[in-house]
Design a protein around this ligand. Structure first.
Ligand SMILES: [Zn+2]
Length: 431
């Protein structure tokens, strides 16, 4: 295949300009200036004139709900939504039913029979059943393809369990991905602590519930380096507060292997979006106050935040159509990530497209150690997204490819639209 006429932006190889991309046997075979590849015989040409051509996006945090809750999403529908959003690799979280905590469940999930439309990886649970007590068998799981471990949805709360997890995963060169929430402080809370919660009469989650766990985890990473000589990798999921970001910034300055992700909703919305108990604005961590939103944006701009992850969390309509406190947390996100990133970070805060791509492809691929991904360098897997970077459009939730429609971004204006997604050299989405 020849992807022709586009502006190739590949931060990893420093390419930014008009180039054609030749794909052969699922890999990038050549990236050359306009016309150079015209005489090469190809089975298919993808016209990318006027478009941006970039490495396919990598999402290190998605919920695909299979096994167990296929009425919300399946691996096939979730990965179709991923392809529509420009993602060519997704990492499935383990809070399925049952929890993905064994090599058997991991193998079942990754089996081609599940019908994944893009590359699928998984992070199995840190602890059996994500109960926070006994570590899963990291070594066997790593051999079976785990790209990290997480009890996402819940934190690993106990110090000694998190210490053992970081040490064990660190020895295998894999991250522990932490849902940083001190649940001893958030029981019965359904949104951010602040004036909106006060007005609505809801109990709020404080910013300390997040930062305390982040600070504790960083302390453990530091101790493990000192005592055991192991460079443990802590990845902080969906960071949402200025306070946690400050701790992460300091840890990075000290050279610790600490990375973090931010979700589009946390840089786009504040707790004001809860409005009159809108359950489509209910997620965990919750939408925060404006100063925290600005801190997330600043972190994305200055490199404290390593990547954008959607935390795509589908729920059926009937589950969200209940009173606020009883509704489940989470929103869908795969199909709106680029449009929100280019609108909020790009247009409103002047982030260059190159940096958006670092956040969506190069850096997330590095966090889960996917060599040869997140780049269009010659020899890389031909995972490509073609998008119209300047196109203004309105997201129509009813046309989403995800099985669920729980989004606060229905009928919201976006900038930047995916027109084609190519996974290992095959077109998996055409807009
Ligand atoms: Zn989480």
């Amino acid at each position: 295949m020849l992807i022709k006429g586009g502006t190739v932006v590949d931060p990893a190889s420093g390419v930014d300009g008009l180039f054609d991309v030749l794909v052969r046997d699922g890999r990038v075979a050549a990236v050359e200036g306009p016309g150079v590849l015209d005489r090469v015989e190809v089975s298919e040409t993808f016209d990318a004139t006027g478009m941006t051509v970039a490495p396919g996006f990598v999402d290190v945090h998605v919920h695909l709900r299979e096994p167990g809750q296929t009425y919300k999403e399946t691996i096939a529908t979730g990965t179709a939504a991923a392809a529509a959003g420009g993602f060519t690799t997704v990492v499935a979280m383990p809070n399925t039913v049952p929890v993905n905590d064994s090599t058997a469940s991991l193998a079942w999930m990754l089996d081609p029979e599940r019908g994944a439309k893009v590359h699928l990886y998984a992070m199995p649970a840190v602890t059996l059943g994500s109960m926070g007590e006994h570590l899963t068998d990291f070594e066997s799981l790593a051999r079976a393809g785990a790209v990290g471990f997480t009890d996402d949805g819940k934190p690993v709360l106990e110090d000694h369990v998190m210490q053992a997890a970081l040490l064990c995963a660190g020895r295998l060169g894999l991250p522990i991905s932490q849902h940083a929430e001190d649940t001893r402080l958030t029981g019965g809370c359904s949104m951010n602590a602040g004036t909106v919660a006060f007005k609505l009469g809801l109990r709020g989650m404080t910013v300390e519930a997040e930062s305390r766990i982040v600070e504790r985890d960083i302390r453990l990473v530091r101790e493990i380096a000192k005592v055991d000589g192991v460079r443990a990798h802590l990845h902080v999921q969906h960071v949402s507060t200025a306070k946690a970001l400050e701790a992460i910034r300091r840890a990075k300055e000290d050279g610790l292997h600490v990375t973090c992700e931010a979700a589009p909703h946390h840089f786009t919305l504040t707790d004001e979006a809860v409005g009159d108990f809108d359950t489509h604005a209910k997620m965990n961590p919750p939408l925060r106050a404006e100063n925290d939103r600005q801190a997330v944006i600043a972190g994305l701009l200055d490199g404290t935040v390593d990547c954008i992850a959607t935390d795509h969390a589908p729920h059926a309509a009937h589950e969200k159509e209940v009173e606020f406190e009883r509704a489940p947390n989470g929103i869908t996100g795969l199909e709106t990530a680029l449009g929100l990133a280019l609108k909020v970070l790009g247009r409103e805060h002047g982030m260059p497209v190159r940096r958006v791509l670092e956040l969506m492809s190069q850096n997330p691929a590095a966090i889960v150690n996917l060599a040869g991904r997140g780049t269009l360098g010659v020899g890389a897997v031909a995972d490509v997204v073609v998008f119209d970077a300047g196109r203004e459009w309105t997201f129509d939730g009813s046309k989403a490819l995800s099985k669920s429609r729980n989004t606060p971004f229905d009928e919201v204006a976006m900038i930047g639209r995916v027109v084609g997604t190519i996974c290992a050299g095959r077109v998996v989405y055409r807009g």
